[in-house]
Design a binder for this molecule. Structure first.
Ligand code: T4K
Length: 372
């Protein structure tokens, strides 16, 4: 579907398969009257997603934030958790919802992810886990993070909200750490309107997670934990099954868009397109650029210029999480502790990328950036 030239272009647009393809799923739900609580589409989506992603076990969730909150509960994480300030606020909020103190550590200038070389200095006797984020779907330094976790006896929960389908060194990136969480929000590569999942290594852990997302309800007479209601419903799960049929094509188109942006922007002084991550089959979930000093406009000036012409890029992730009122009083939120994150948050702009984005629109966006 080609956009009209004068229509606004947003940073993303969800993939919606043809409506008539969804009708048979809805008819089945209407016929069975099974709407939620681990119904047949839910079970099928868990199986098909685990196969597609190349992981052992996966528990579906109503959204990615509840997946994060529950992942922390599943591993009984307490005290302090080391995390990144350069993410969506849900990452740190999941800690506060569990009464855990976030400890922010700076990011690496190339990956934009937690800098593993700065983690050890932030560990205290209260630290129980590390919660890194694969920002923009770009892999964290999973090997170094695991070595630190093993040395200090810490758990690792990856917020992999952006990392759907990313493979690193020939296996799913989601297999790293103790648990990984996904988001299937409308703005993500794979969406179920709202939705999410926890990827876990064994059936026992999945059972615990399944209990926790269902009130801690084990069976009719047994409640094993003060669990929450975080279940995905059958309409969402059915949509996920349909979405899965279109996902390879969607990621292929994202790759083409990424290539075209790189081609068009390669010679623009002061615009830096971060290199594609090494050893990675990437999902092209975001297209961040850094606006450097040599560029004639600041990042915000360029963002405003694009907006004036109907292009709604986004400054993901500015402000840093550590700058929001509920976090800025923490010692680790001090600007002097997070210089790289601060700098990247000031320079970054995520350009529109989604499968229906037309090549003409990319040319229009890059022409504005080139000052034409
Ligand atoms: N961890 C990380 C690292 C995350 O990035 C997120 C979510 C989470 C955890 C939590 O997962 P969830 O609980 O959300 O599953 C968006 C999303 O709401 C949020 O899911 C996402 N990260 C975050 C990075 O971005 P906004 O406020 O930027 O979204 P919004 O509504 O401005 O949408 C962006 C553009 O997308 C709009 O300008 C137009 C387009 N759009 C959006 C929606 C919702 C559509 O075309 N259709 C739509 O339905 O937060």
């Amino acid at each position: 579907m080609i956009e009209k030239l004068n229509q606004p272009i947003y940073v993303t647009q969800p993939v919606l398969p043809p409506l008539e393809e969804f009708q048979p799923y809805l008819e089945q739900i209407w016929k069975s009257k099974w709407l939620t609580n681990n119904g047949p589409f839910h079970q099928e989506l868990e199986k098909k997603l685990a196969e597609y992603l190349g992981v052992e076990h996966l528990a579906l969730f109503a959204n990615g934030t509840l997946a994060l909150v529950t992942a922390l509960q599943a591993l009984r994480i307490t005290g302090e958790v080391i995390t990144t300030p350069f993410s969506f606020v849900a990452t740190a909020h999941s800690l506060l919802w569990n009464g855990i103190k976030p400890v922010f550590v700076d990011i690496h200038p190339e990956t934009f992810n937690l800098d593993p070389d700065k983690i050890e200095a932030a560990i205290t006797p209260q630290t129980t886990a590390i919660m890194p984020v694969h920002v923009y779907g770009r892999p964290c330094d999973v090997e170094k993070i695991q070595t630190i976790a093993d040395t200090y006896g810490l758990k690792v929960i990856y917020d992999a909200a952006h990392a759907f389908g990313v493979n690193y060194k020939d296996e799913s990136l989601l297999k790293h750490g103790d648990l990984s969480t996904l988001s299937f929000h409308a703005t993500k590569v794979f969406n179920t309107f709202e939705g999410g999942a926890i990827v876990c290594p064994d059936a026992k852990t999945k059972k615990r997670i399944d209990d926790l997302k269902n009130f801690g309800y084990h069976d009719e007479v047994t409640v094993v934990a003060p669990g929450i209601n975080a279940k995905m419903n059958e309409v969402q799960a059915a949509f996920g099954l349909l979405q899965l049929k279109h996902i390879s094509k969607a990621i292929d188109r994202r790759r083409e868009i990424d290539n075209l942006y790189r081609e068009e922007l390669s010679a623009v002084a002061g615009i830096f397109c971060p290199l594609l991550p090494a050893d990675t089959i990437y999902n092209y979930s975001y297209f961040p650029i850094l606006i450097e000093k040599e560029y004639p406009l600041s990042r915000d000036e360029l963002n405003d210029k694009l907006r004036q012409q109907g292009i709604f890029a986004r400054r993901y992730f500015y402000p840093l999480i550590s700058e929001f009122p509920m976090y800025r009083g923490l010692p680790s939120a001090a600007q002097s502790n997070l210089p790289i994150a601060k700098e990247v948050a000031f320079k970054v702009l995520c350009l529109p990328i989604y499968p229906d984005l037309a090549n003409e629109s990319i040319i229009r966006i890059t022409a504005i950036i080139k000052g034409k």
